[in-house]
Design a protein around this ligand. Structure first.
Ligand code: HEC
Ligand code: HEC
Length: 188
């Protein structure tokens, strides 16, 4: 590809201008749109149903990526797919800006299980962050509902959820490991 080609250069410049408004996320608009999410994900993204994930303080890029995956069918869930299908790219960016700026929830986890999970968690921190707060496309795990985390690890292992590196990682975990790790991260 010749980057000095003038028409390519021009279209790159135009592409930058056209995408600018989409990336200027509007947290207030996201908060308004989030009213339809709160029946499951709770007020400010703090869910009281352990099978429904907290969205509060989740990484913005990760939220965007997952909503797009539900929309395209790359991530399958009967509740989320029809909802994501109705969101525009702007909605998705605004919702991500809103939820990522909320204070983190703390689900808690069984203390004995959490202790054994802590011993196995070091290998997870390299990607999920030293406090499991997440980073970009790597989701926050800290304070997430243990039931939800355990189910997702099982989904990766069974192959019903695609997750890049998570597939191989989950494949190496026993059901006991998953329970313990989920309790540990939930308790942070
Ligand atoms: C009817 C209940 C329901 C509603 C309403 C709902 N969700 Fe969900 N959401 C779920 C469930 C259940 C999951 C977990 C899906 C799974 O197990 O893969 C989920 C997962 C997610 C995830 C992935 C979280 C993660 O940690 O991977 C995001 C992001 C999300 N929802 C955003 C939203 C947004 C934004 C709205 C509002 C536009 C919304 N949801 C409305 C039930 C709901
Ligand atoms: C090489 C980087 C990497 C390592 C190491 C890693 N993860 Fe992940 N993890 C990811 C990525 C990337 C995703 C998002 C995948 C997707 O889009 O579904 C993810 C997603 C997850 C999810 C889904 C969270 C949600 O909100 O739905 C869980 C649970 C999880 N990881 C647990 C773990 C555990 C436990 C370990 C350690 C045993 C671990 N991860 C190690 C990269 C990693």
């Amino acid at each position: 590809m010749d980057l000095l080609n003038p028409s390519l250069f021009l279209s790159l410049i135009l592409a930058c201008f056209w995408t600018l408004p989409i990336f200027a996320a509007d947290t207030a608009a996201g908060e308004q749109k989030a009213a339809i999410c709160s029946s499951c994900h709770g007020p400010q993204g703090k869910s009281s149903n352990p099978q429904w994930p907290n969205l509060a303080a989740q990484q913005s890029l990760y939220i965007i990526n997952q909503l797009k995956a539900f929309k395209s069918g790359d991530r399958q869930n009967t509740l989320m797919q029809p909802l994501a299908a109705n969101l525009s790219e702007e909605d998705i960016n605004n919702l991500a800006a809103y939820f990522s700026s909320q204070q983190a929830a703390k689900a808690g986890g069984d203390p004995t299980l959490a202790k054994s999970g802590q011993a196995k968690a070091a290998m997870c921190m390299g990607c999920h962050g030293s406090s499991s707060e997440g980073n970009g496309l790597f989701p926050r795990l800290a304070g997430q509902h243990p039931e939800y985390l355990e189910q997702q690890l099982k989904n990766y292992k069974q192959g019903s959820r695609n997750g890049g590196p998570m597939q191989a990682i989950a494949a190496s975990l026993s059901e006991e490991d998953m329970k313990a790790l989920a309790a540990y991260f939930g308790s942070l």
